[in-house]
Design a protein around this ligand. Structure first.
Ligand code: ADP
Ligand code: MG
Length: 689
């Protein structure tokens, strides 16, 4: 049987059905999967330090034969796995505290690669962050490393070592590569100087230099970005142009009144966002725009201008929030802003009595109510609109596609504005939100105070609590966040509860509220409401605090175990305070090991900057959002390095879609087939209706 890209790996020499199951654990089912299973790192002989030259205080990579191994107990009952390795220049001891299980895999005679810091402990000692077994005791010295070539290291799994993977790929590489068809090639801009697909695959698996491998990776990244851009750009095109949108007209009645009544000046970024939104709303196509800005950057007012523009055109506008609490908060804000204009927004939430809800629905259906705030649950039910022309979705990521679509379908192609309080770098926005147009607010409103962030050790706990009670005595409120993660939910919940108990004692007689993810939604909202209304001074919360909750009186955010949060998450949490005029504080309770990464965070309040740090920290492929985008995870792209590829792939995709939005012309059929095979959900779109 001739080999094809979709041939199962089990038919490869030396694999078979049993081993094929192990490959499946790595997501490798076919020859194509195997070919695209690229090394996650390369060992370049020039980057390996001779053992004799590994100096205390440096971070190095060493390669040596294991001379001896053993498990050592220490006085403090910590058991350490040790191995001594040797190369031509000398010997060194490696120590893995607490990892005694390694004695099952690391054996005398193996060729071992270790990288990590060299410390001083009865002489030099390597404390590896990473170790790779390069060759077994019986293997001949690895030809590749010995020849000084660049050696690929593959992601491996239990029962399938990276060496086995390497051997298999090496034996078949030419054969596999001959099968690929470079359908993207004509879309790759010449200026990028990327190799052909076949050369790229050869380069990632068998590079002569690490920079050659990197060029190969970039070509694979371009291809996946281009695929993704074709899907999102096509979706954007269809969402905008497939049905005729509402062409709102600028009337400058209500909007001008609002501008005059506002107690503050809009920031430059707010004005620009309003201009961009107005341009979309007054164009004949539909608007699908995302407004991205840090918490407190003033997105709500921007949305309100757009709502009034719709209202001036006799349309209705709705503002959808993810929880009742947030809906109430937005309704209160809008009521305040709109009072001078004599407009009263309608609030439709589940807590109201059946007859109240019926009356409100009636006013919405007849068009008496023009500005409506509520949660998705209510818009999904029997609610009918007279003429829904504009939809705002707050905290857009908290809604499913279907929920957003259900609301949008209540109008005739309304304009849609999604709000996001999670800033992300532009490179990422172009992919994750590639189907939308994006407006960004970076500027903070004038007079906004930066939250003062400090890093404290848990030994300072009594000082922290003293500060908390001081703030409470001054009438302020405090959040204490305790992370609960899925893997250790039970233990964490218990710890969070214990912490609340302890606070009750230490801060007595102050009342301490507790909210966590296991509580019923109503119970949780009731406690949050009490906190918002100032009835509870201290709120202990697992990571479930509403992102948008606005309690201007809260001035302190204490975060326990900040090491368990990503930097962007920490920033979201910090955004709960500093919303009023009083000086606000964020206290990270972290022990020594976890502090380094928090320093940069403590020094900036700029959400976009933090998003970049977060991206660097989490690295490629780890992006939470990337996985959610309709199965469009990326494997080869490095968002910290590939901005040029992202921009170029988008440009190439825009060009194709402009001429052939449905990709049904003959010359694009190969691309179309490729996308259909690649994405589980084909090319249909997920974000908006
Ligand atoms: P976001 O929704 O982006 O988190 P909000 O719209 O809730 O932010 O705005 C936060 C606070 O800042 C609100 O109290 C709002 O009235 C106020 N605000 C908005 N824009 C400005 C501005 N340009 N100058 C001063 N205060 C502003
Ligand atoms: Mg908001």
């Amino acid at each position: 049987m001739p080999l094809r890209l979709d041939t199962s790996v089990q038919y490869l020499r030396g694999v078979g059905p049993h081993r094929a199951e192990t490959f499946a654990r790595l997501g490798i089912h076919t020859v194509e999967n195997l070919l695209y299973h690229i090394p996650h790192r390369y060992l370049d002989a020039t980057t390996v330090t001779p053992i004799a030259r590994a100096d205390v205080g440096t971070e190095v990579t060493l390669v040596g034969r294991v001379v001896s191994t053993g498990v050592l107990p220490t006085r403090r009952r910590l058991r350490i796995f040790r191995a001594v390795i040797r190369d031509a220049s000398g010997l060194i001891e490696c120590a893995w505290p607490g990892q005694t299980f390694l004695d099952r895999s690391i054996k005398e005679g193996q060729l071992l690669l270790v990288s990590g810091p060299i410390k001083h402990y009865h002489g030099r000692q390597m404390v590896p962050r990473e170790q790779v077994i390069l060759a077994g005791p019986d293997d001949a010295d690895d030809e590749d490393t010995d020849k000084g070539l660049v050696l690929p290291v593959y992601p491996a799994t239990e029962g399938l070592s990276h060496r086995q993977i390497r051997r298999l790929i090496k034996n078949h590489l030419e054969e596999f590569v001959a099968l690929v068809d470079d359908v993207v090639l004509t879309s790759v801009p010449k200026e990028l100087n990327l190799p052909s697909l076949r050369d790229a695959l050869l380069a990632v698996h068998r590079p002569a230099t690490t920079s050659q491998a990197e060029q190969g990776r970039r070509r694979l990244a371009f291809d996946e970005l281009f695929d993704m851009q074709l899907v999102v750009v096509r979706a954007r095109h269809l969402a905008k142009y497939a049905v005729k949108g509402i062409q709102h007209e600028i009337k400058k009645q209500l909007t001008t009144q609002l501008k005059e009544a506002l107690p503050f000046e809009l920031t430059g970024d707010q004005r620009r966002a309003i201009r961009e939104i107005t341009a979309d709303m007054t164009a004949p196509h539909r608007m699908h725009r995302l407004l991205m800005g840090d918490v407190g950057s003033g997105k709500t007012v921007v949305a309100l201008f757009a709502m009034l523009l719709a209202m001036e055109n006799d349309s209705q506008a709705v503002f959808m929030a993810p929880t009742e609490l947030l809906a109430e908060q937005h309704a209160a804000t809008l009521t305040r802003f709109l009072a001078p204009l004599g407009i009263v927004p309608e609030l439709l939430i589940g807590r109201l009595s059946a007859s109240e809800k019926a009356a409100i629905r009636d006013r919405i259906a007849t068009g008496v109510s023009r500005i409506v705030v509520g949660t998705h649950a209510l818009f999904q039910e029997k609610t009918r609109f007279h003429l829904l022309g504009f939809v705002v979705v707050d905290e857009q990521h908290r809604f499913g596609v279907e929920q957003r679509a259900a609301l949008i379908e209540k109008g005739e192609a309304p304009d849609v504005l999604l709000l996001s309080a999670t800033p992300i770098p532009r490179t990422l926005a172009l992919t994750l939100y590639g189907d939308l147009d994006v407006s960004v607010i970076k500027e903070k409103p004038a007079g906004r105070q930066a939250v003062r962030t400090s890093i404290r050790s848990s030994k300072n706990r009594s000082a922290i609590y003293a500060f908390v009670s001081e703030q409470c005595a001054a009438g302020r409120q405090v959040y204490v966040v305790y992370p609960v993660i899925e893997e250790s939910e039970k233990v964490d919940l218990k710890a969070a509860t214990t912490m609340a108990e302890r606070l009750r004692e230490d801060l007595s007689p102050l009342q301490i509220g507790l909210v966590h993810g296991r509580m019923k939604a109503e119970e949780r909202e009731a406690t949050m409401r009490a906190f918002r209304d100032g009835e509870i001074p201290v709120l202990v919360a697992t990571s479930v605090i509403e992102v948008g909750i606005d309690v201007p009186n809260a001035t302190v955010m204490v975060i326990e175990h900040p090491e368990r949060f990503g930097l962007a998450q920490l920033h979201q949490l910090r955004g709960r305070v500093g919303r009023g005029t009083a000086e606000s504080y964020c206290i990270l309770v972290a022990d020594a090991g976890a502090r380094d990464r928090l320093r940069n965070f403590a020094q900036t309040n700029d959400g976009f900057r933090i998003a970049e740090l977060d991206l660097q920290e989490r690295g490629m492929g780890q992006l939470a959002g990337a996985r959610q985008s309709g199965g469009m995870a990326v494997s080869f792209t490095d968002f910290t390095k590939d901005e040029d590829l992202i921009i170029a792939s988008r440009k190439a995709a825009l060009e194709i879609i402009r001429l052939d939005p449905l990709l049904d012309q003959k010359k694009n059929s190969a691309l179309r087939t490729r996308l259909q095979q690649r994405y589980e959900r084909g090319m249909e779109l997920f974000r908006v209706g």
